[in-house]
Design a protein around this ligand. Structure first.
Ligand code: SAT
Ligand code: MN
Length: 599
């Protein structure tokens, strides 16, 4: 389809404006076809961006520029009219001023390039929970990855043509080509010219200068979380940084669990887990984002708005995530910033088979024991979710799946026990609001530092986080039947002992905790009420066959009162950041926790 074929004046004039500003050599309206995917992948191979792999089948290898390897939170802006509406956790910029900056950056920025216009749906096209977007981009890498991660389709273009609402997404790598100038494999702009901007009031995203993941695949964090969280606030639903899994007991009973952990804390692993307990089954609905609305029956229904996985490659192995390995073995994947082997395969740290040598993500020869990593710690794979051998039958159900439990968590070496159930919805929101984790490689910044990351949404909430807490509280308070609200739990797989060794084996053994949660949702499963919440009673957790010393078990399942008391001032300081936007209920929850710890 050509630009001239479009009939919808709103759509047409929006695209034309960007064509006039960016002056691309040509404009292509995408249709989501396999031919289009192959064409773009071939362009990338010809241009030296992609290398076709020998294995897995139909897969490509790719290296980014050394400076363009992760989301850039410092260059990510929420451009609401009022600064207070972006809140203390976001970088705010005045929208009109930002539009001026962007106009200058985008002027002529697509010279020598093709502008692609990608019609996509977040969620199954027919789902009442799904939403549409249009992404303008000058990157064929983005087209290929959007094909994998979203539903790119002429059907969406037709619906938008017919007047369906859509989120306007504009992206450029910010590297125009002069006449006869040769392109580089990974065009991008230097860090100070990168801008990932969001205009929540007009539901627009404009991204300049980066080709990487969440900076460039605008359906993901920019739309499905930052803009969607604003839509969710205004429309009474939830857009969350959560995996969705289906948990089936040996008796065939099913529960759906949605879990929020910060980036690179094992969401993909949990979503595809192979349970160690006989008869239990985990199947995947989503691994990163959940959109949830109340159904007519009063239950909360979730869809995975994405169509693929953009997973962290290093650490993915038969031990950590056999189903991800099997998903990738199915082919049709893109690997970015892993190592590449001499026989046309990929390699990353902790992979099951270590090659004798490979070429690392920086094009340097690599050998085991050479002292360097073959893959960047944030190297990623992109692969269709449908290929996952444990994808749940319901994963594309337009109605979504009814959520029984929410899990919150993060990486905490101390203090936080293995599992804890919120006393009620308000306490659960308090647990979400006080989530903290040690920083990871997914974002540029320091690794290892502890930071508060409420609901794992700090980098992704498109408005004032104090108002976001209030939104969660409001949804609970307004629920037609509070008994039908998901129960809320807090888990910590990452507890260490004094010698710095993990206390909990994690991975497939996490199903022991899921089993307890399953039982709790059924009104069974024993718990002890403590100052911080309901903890599994000593005999409630199925630890059969697990080698766990009595001392370690005690550490995992008890309340470290002294540790919690020490954390209180940090929670206080964290809450103080939100000023008068902090809901009173949360301040009261903190006071109540204090007094419970002292009694
Ligand atoms: O780059 S993404 O934002 O898509 C991945 C992540 O940081 O979680
Ligand atoms: Mn994520």
């Amino acid at each position: 389809m050509q630009l001239s074929d479009l009939r919808n004046p709103v759509l047409k004039s929006w695209i034309q404006e960007w064509v006039d500003l960016c002056t691309p050599d040509q404009v292509v309206i995408c249709d989501g076809s396999q031919a289009e995917y192959d064409h773009c992948a071939n362009l990338l191979v010809k241009g030296g961006t992609f290398v076709k792999l020998d294995s897995p089948a139909n897969s490509y290898y790719c290296r980014s520029d050394l400076s363009d390897v992760a989301r850039v939170e410092d260059r990510t802006f929420i451009c609401s009219k009022a600064k207070e509406d972006a809140g203390p956790t976001n970088h705010w910029h005045d929208p009109e001023e930002m539009r001026g900056i962007l106009r200058d950056l985008f002027r002529g920025c697509m010279k020598g390039r093709t502008m692609f216009v990608i019609p996509f749906s977040m969620g199954p096209v027919e789902s009442p929970i799904a939403k549409f977007g249009m992404e303008i981009t000058d990157s064929a890498y983005v087209v290929v990855n959007m094909h994998l991660m979203t539903r790119v389709s002429a059907k969406v273009a037709a619906k938008v043509e017919a007047g369906a609402e859509f989120v306007k997404c504009v992206h450029s790598v910010g590297a125009p080509l002069a006449e006869n100038q040769a392109d580089v494999p990974w065009p991008c702009a230097p860090i100070e010219r990168k801008y990932i901007t969001h205009f929540p009031e007009t539901r627009e995203i404009i991204s300049f200068g980066s080709g990487y993941g969440g900076n460039a695949l605008l359906g993901k964090k920019c739309f499905a979380l930052r803009i969607a969280s604003v839509q969710a606030r205004d429309e009474g639903w939830l857009a969350e940084h959560m995996l969705i899994l289906k948990l089936t007991s040996p008796e065939g009973q099913v529960k759906f669990v949605a879990a929020a952990f910060p980036s690179a804390c094992g969401k993909t692993n949990l979503a595809m887990m192979e349970p160690s307990l006989p008869g239990w089954r985990v199947e995947t609905v989503g691994d990163d984002i959940a959109w949830m609305k109340f159904g007519p029956d009063g239950r909360l229904y979730a869809i995975n708005p994405e169509a693929g996985f953009f997973g962290v490659a290093p650490g993915t192995s038969m031990k950590s995530n056999p189903n991800a390995v099997r998903t990738l073995a199915g082919g049709n994947a893109v690997f970015t910033n892993t190592g590449i082997t001499l026989d046309g395969g990929v390699y990353w740290e902790e992979m099951d088979e270590v090659p004798e040598s490979c070429v690392d993500w920086q094009r340097r020869p690599w050998r085991p024991g050479c002292g360097r990593k073959a893959a960047h710690p944030n190297a990623r794979f992109t692969v269709p979710a449908a290929q996952c051998p444990v994808v749940a039958a319901e994963w594309e159900d337009p109605a979504g799946v009814p959520i029984d439990a929410f899990l919150f968590g993060g990486r905490r070496a101390g203090v936080v026990p293995l599992a804890n159930e919120a006393l009620d919805w308000e306490h659960g929101v308090f647990l979400g609001a006080t989530m903290a984790s040690e920083m990871t490689a997914a974002a540029i910044g320091g690794a290892g530092q502890l930071r508060f990351d409420p609901f794992a949404m700090v980098p992704f909430c498109g408005y004032n986080m104090g108002d976001y807490f209030a939104h969660w509280l409001r949804l609970g308070a307004q629920a037609a039947d509070p008994a039908k609200l998901p129960r809320i739990f807090y888990v910590n797989w990452f507890r260490k002992n004094a010698e710095g060794k993990w206390l909990w084996p994690g991975f497939g053994e996490n199903c022991r905790v899921l089993k307890w949660i399953f039982d709790r949702c059924d009104g069974q499963g024993k718990a002890v009420r403590t100052a911080i919440g309901n903890l599994p009673s000593p005999d409630a957790l199925d630890l059969d066959g697990l080698k766990l010393s009595a001392e370690d078990r005690e550490t995992l399942l008890s309340v470290d009162t002294k540790g919690w008391v020490e954390v209180l001032p940090q929670i206080e300081a964290h809450f103080a950041k939100f000023g008068d936007r902090l809901p009173k209920v949360l301040a009261e929850q903190l006071d109540a926790l204090k007094s419970r710890l002292q009694s």
